[in-house]
Design a binder for this molecule. Structure first.
Ligand SMILES: C[S@@+](CC[C@H](N)C(=O)[O-])C[C@H]1O[C@@H](n2cnc3c(N)ncnc32)[C@H](O)[C@@H]1O
Length: 260
């Protein structure tokens, strides 16, 4: 299968892809037609079925999704999550993409500042490289040890760990400088943060693995996959968005061998 960016309907494209060929998909669908993507159609059920078919055993799909809020929440995201489960994916985790700024204000409810990141896997994930954060307290400290029946605190000098595994709520700044500093990316209406794609790529794959985005928009997942020496296939139905992705990722440069 050729790698690089392609203009196509992702269902048609995936139907030509090899079965069980993808290590990781990081993608974000159009949410309830929340934004106008030049009027292209979105066939969720067929996309989900094909994603399952092309994902390797132990491969992962990260599905970044929000609901339209129009009076109340549509809960389309929940329906999609249940459909993914019904077709055989394991809902390995439901993570939160928290937006640190520009949250969506509501007059009669709390301000919405998140989207879901469904981490779906075909069986148990093959790879998990946990990302770490620095702990607030670290170094040597006197810590309580073996409090016995006499109630006396026996303290011993112990080392607190310097870092711990992150939680599953990932906060990112959005907008210029947060999402990306590539001005051209903002010609697309719904770019997700480069760091979000990067963090999933580092967590669920190793160098040389094949990363996929069937609705690649401005090319964020591809940019981060290639930066970290993963292979990449990206598809978008819009020629204009694929042009943005190619310009963003390759600029005036000649693509690497085998990448179009
Ligand atoms: C939320 S955007 C993805 C944005 C992307 N994650 C980024 O960072 O730029 C969804 C994309 O899905 C594309 N799309 C919609 N229907 C599609 C289809 N049937 N096949 C391929 N792409 C499609 C739209 O053109 C749009 O660019």
């Amino acid at each position: 299968m050729e790698e690089g960016f392609f203009v196509d309907d992702c269902v048609a494209f995936m139907s030509r892809m090899d079965e069980k060929s993808i290590d990781l998909t990081v993608t974000s669908p159009p949410y309830d037609n929340l934004r106008n993507y030049k009027g292209y159609s979105f066939d969720f059920e067929n996309i989900a079925k094909h994603l399952y078919r092309v994902t390797k055993e132990g491969g992962v799909v990260v599905w970044v999704v929000g609901d339209k809020i129009n009076g109340g929440r549509t809960l389309t995201s929940f329906r999609q999550g249940l459909f993914f489960q019904d077709m055989g994916f394991l809902m390995h985790d439901v993570m939160i993409y928290q937006k640190k700024n520009t949250p969506f204000m509501r007059s009669n409810a709390y301000t919405n500042c998140y989207e879901f990141m469904f981490v779906l896997s075909r069986g148990k994930p093959n790879t998990f490289n946990p990302l770490k954060v620095e702990t607030v307290r670290h170094g040597m400290e006197m810590l309580t040890h073996n409090k016995g029946a006499d109630g006396v605190n026996k303290k011993v000098l112990k080392e607190l760990k310097k870092e711990k595994t992150r939680t599953n709520i990932w906060p990112y700044a959005v907008g210029y400088g947060g999402t990306t500093t590539d001005k051209i990316a903002f010609d697309h209406p719904a770019v997700f943060p480069e760091k979000l794609a990067e963090d999933h790529i580092l967590s669920w794959t190793n160098p040389g693995d094949l990363v996929f985005d069937p609705m690649c928009g401005s090319g964020t997942t591809g940019k981060m996959a290639l930066k970290h020496n993963r292979r990449f296939i990206g598809v978008d139905i819009s020629k204009a968005y694929v042009a943005i992705a190619k310009e963003r990722v390759f600029g005036g440069q000649i693509p690497m061998a085998g990448v179009v």
